[in-house]
Design a protein. Structure first.
Length: 486
């Protein structure tokens, strides 16, 4: 969905982009997925000229509930719209016939006006194809591209129906941002989705809060690869395509890297810049450069204000992502992901230990030991659960290193991360050991707290971090001694 543009903001951003102004007929709203309504600074777009291509017949039949598309999809209600297309919730009759408990999908159909646009048909087909390559839990699933052979005659794309809200809508509801621990899984999830695209040789090219959807289960999904571009990446081969979606424009200047605004070739580091901006907003509720275009912020000598709640390695990872110089940024989202999770060169000791384990044992970092008897062997867990477990353990170990360096306040953060790992694989020996050492450290520190009520409050806070602590005897004794009962 698209709101009104601010004319002054549009004028300023176009001047910043330093791009030739297209004709009025060439200025178009790019197609968007549902839940993508944004603030004035976000919605201002720098659009390029339309490129020649194939045209599609347009009968101009209006879309309405109950209309059947391709003799398969029954339109239910419109859930999003933009200048180029509409997104509808639709019932898949094939799935319904198979008694699927959830037979609904989302259909993205070209608007009647754009059926005659030379590049609209090609653009939607390319968006479908690129998204189909990205089968990943943190990327919205796209099913197929087709043309309605019924009354509408429109080209459309079918995709999974997401339930939840876009990230920009969530940010508007919580203008102060999220806590560090609340934001962490969202930042890592977004980075994983982009990392997968980068491994496939694709650069999203328009990463922003409106192109991230947060499901009801709390899973971030990257949306809208409509202007994603192929990048030259060592070891990645892609077929040459005469159609370059980047020529359609569609940059959101508040989230575009300096190189994108200056019309340099696509690079994964462009997405890293956008990811850094979105992560910063998640943590603070504000854009680090006051929504200025990157070249303007760079020319003004602006620097992001440090986020104090972040661990040192997290802030270093984020600050590098926000560098105005592509050569100084993380080269791709995978490198940012590992750095932000505490697995980069800044965590050399952990990396060396992990490598040694992998070489010596031929196994992953944190496989469960059998002595404590987890009910399910680690290697039998789903791959995504194993990966999430490792990430929580890496985060926890990073926090624990800070404790050992004298930052005792990080002990609760370490316990929280060990607790998340334990929840994924109960009775795992590594997670259990981490929970014990974290609790023992906190218990020792709390011996010096004279206020009994304050000591009890902190003990209860520790106990709430993991189910393991419900039966951890030293903690139970400490709570009882503080007057909290057993």
């Amino acid at each position: 969905m698209v709101g009104a543009d601010d004319s002054d903001e549009r004028t300023r951003q176009r001047a910043t982009a330093a791009a030739p102004r297209p004709s009025a007929d060439a200025i178009r709203q790019r197609h968007r997925l549902p839940g993508e309504a944004t603030g004035a600074g976000d919605e201002t777009q720098a659009r390029g000229p339309v490129v020649a291509g194939a045209q599609v017949h347009n009968p101009r039949v209006p879309l309405e509930p109950g209309m059947v598309i391709r003799r398969r999809y029954v339109l239910d209600c419109m859930i999003g719209s933009g200048g180029m297309g509409q997104v509808w919730k639709a019932k898949d009759l094939v799935s319904a016939r198979a008694r699927d408990p959830n037979p609904f999908v989302a259909l993205k159909l070209l608007n009647a006006d754009f059926e005659a646009e030379p590049d609209a048909f090609v653009s939607l087909q390319r968006e479908t194809r690129k998204a189909q390559e990205l089968a990943h839990p943190n990327v919205a699933t796209v099913y197929a591209f087709d043309i309605d052979d019924g009354a509408s005659g429109r080209a459309f794309m079918s995709m999974e129906l997401l339930e939840g809200a876009s990230l920009d809508a969530m940010l508007r509801q919580g203008p102060a941002g999220l806590s560090r621990l609340e934001a962490l899984p969202l930042i890592l999830g977004m980075a994983r989705g982009l990392e997968y695209a980068h491994r496939k040789g694709l650069v999203h090219s328009d990463f922003k809060p409106g192109n991230v959807f947060l499901t009801r289960d709390g899973v971030p999904k990257v949306l809208d690869f409509g202007i994603a571009r192929a990048a030259t990446i060592a070891g990645v081969e892609r077929r040459t395509d005469s159609f370059d979606a980047g020529t359609l424009g569609g940059l959101t200047l508040a989230y575009a890297s300096p190189e994108m605004i200056e019309h340099l070739g696509p690079h994964p580091a462009d997405d890293v810049y956008g990811l850094g901006l979105v992560a910063y907003e998640l943590l603070t509720g504000r854009h680090p450069f006051k929504r200025l275009a990157a070249v303007e912020a760079r020319n003004n000598g602006m620097k992001p204000e440090r986020i104090r709640v972040l661990r040192r390695y997290e802030w270093q990872a984020l600050a590098r992502a926000l560098d105005f110089d592509r050569a100084k940024r993380w080269p791709n989202a995978g490198e940012f992901l590992r750095a932000y999770a505490g697995k980069s060169v800044a965590a050399t000791v952990l990396a060396v230990v992990a490598l040694a384990l992998a070489v010596a044992a031929g196994a992953f970092w944190y496989q469960a030991r059998t002595e404590a008897g987890p009910s399910v062997p680690f290697e039998s867990l789903p791959a995504d659960v194993r990966q999430e477990f490792r990430e929580h353990m890496a985060n926890a170990d990073g926090e624990w290193r800070l404790v050992q360096e004298g930052n005792g306040d990080e002990s609760l953060n370490a316990a929280s991360e060990y607790g998340k790992a334990y929840a994924l694989h109960p009775r795992n020996a590594d997670a259990t050991a981490g929970l014990k050492k974290s609790a023992d450290y906190v218990l020792n520190r709390l011996n010096s707290v004279g206020d009994r009520n304050e000591r009890l409050r902190q003990l209860k806070s520790l106990q709430a971090l993991s189910d393991f602590y419900a039966n951890y005897e030293p903690l139970g004794v400490a709570i009882e001694n503080a007057g909290g009962g057993r």
